[in-house]
Design a protein around this ligand. Sequence first.
Ligand code: BMA
Length: 387
Amino acid sequence: MLKLSVLFKVAFFLLITLFTGKGTSQTFQTADRKAINKAQLLAQHLSALSGHGILFGHQDDLAYGMGWAYEEGKSDVKKITGDYPALYGFDLGHLELNSTYNLDSVPFRKIREYIKRVYGKGGVITLSWHANNPFNKRSAWDIDSSTVASILPNGSNHYLFREWLHTIAIFLKSLKTGSGEVIPVLFRPYHECTGNWFWWGKSACTDEQFKELWKFTFRFLTQTEQVHNLLYVFNTADFSTAEDFERRYPGDAYVDVVSFDAYQNSALPDAKKAFIATTQQKLLLLTSFAKEHKKLSAIAEIGFENIPDTNWWTGTFYSIIKDYSINYILTWRNGGLKKATGKWQFQPSYSYFTPTKENASATDFIRFKNIEKIIFQQKLTALKIYQ
Ligand code: BMA
């Protein structure tokens, strides 16, 4: 058994080395023409892996999980599978307010430490940003149709928003190794942009306003702030046609990765069938778009809350993605913390997206992890994608 798995690892590594063509000149044109070498390498390696390997990711994996928070080396993914994810998501929400911890109470100081550790192991980092609403000063979900117009150039909140982006830029530039090397990041701002629930969403601003916001953000970060460690991830919620997917796409010059988010909401057989069919349809559109526009592609969030399906990982999830050349997928956070009686407290009733030991899909999650094409930390470390 052991020998066989070692053999698989070696075979996998050789296969990938062949396909990534180390030493040959792979080209992936990053949107930021001044992107640091490590960001270029990340993009090129992901691009070379297309069709051969899919990175598995988990949000807040090292920070907390079901029943624990901030315990050294702990990870719910590792607890079940014996390995860490290859991709780690964290959120920047409330950094714009100069808060020392994010909207889910994770200290930015800790996020920075985790990012250093992940990069040290050859892992990949992705950052989302549940920014507060800069117009009404309430949460990301508090929509107001005046918001985006107010932060674009000439809007009443434009200078406030520049300050917010400046704060984000300082943090992004501060992501460095001990020897001062800047760490590349897959940056996913203004996510689920075809949904109706965020202030940058479909019901809150026009497609043109959204594109302007994206382009302004890109130019501000790359030109004004000289942030050069980012690959830009465009992300939608549901869409049914190519036009629908593209309506808010700001253009090839501003994007490195195209992606969508997809969640299964019911275990009923018909709902499961529909989830498989619609997600595959979206993958078909996404991957054709990515190919045509020479972009990377991903399902930036996918999952089934509390995974009430014994074979979900291989039976539903892998069966959906296996024939599509996406580069990565990310599952959302497990559990969380909430301020109660003045203190941050763990909320055991919170939902989870990777299994606990007791969860029905735990064994299947291990089967999923062992699929050759699926990349967790150990395989990724062996690939040395930053070299
Ligand atoms: C959402 C939920 C929220 C959380 C936010 C940012 O999907 O998980 O509870 O605050 O993401 O992580």
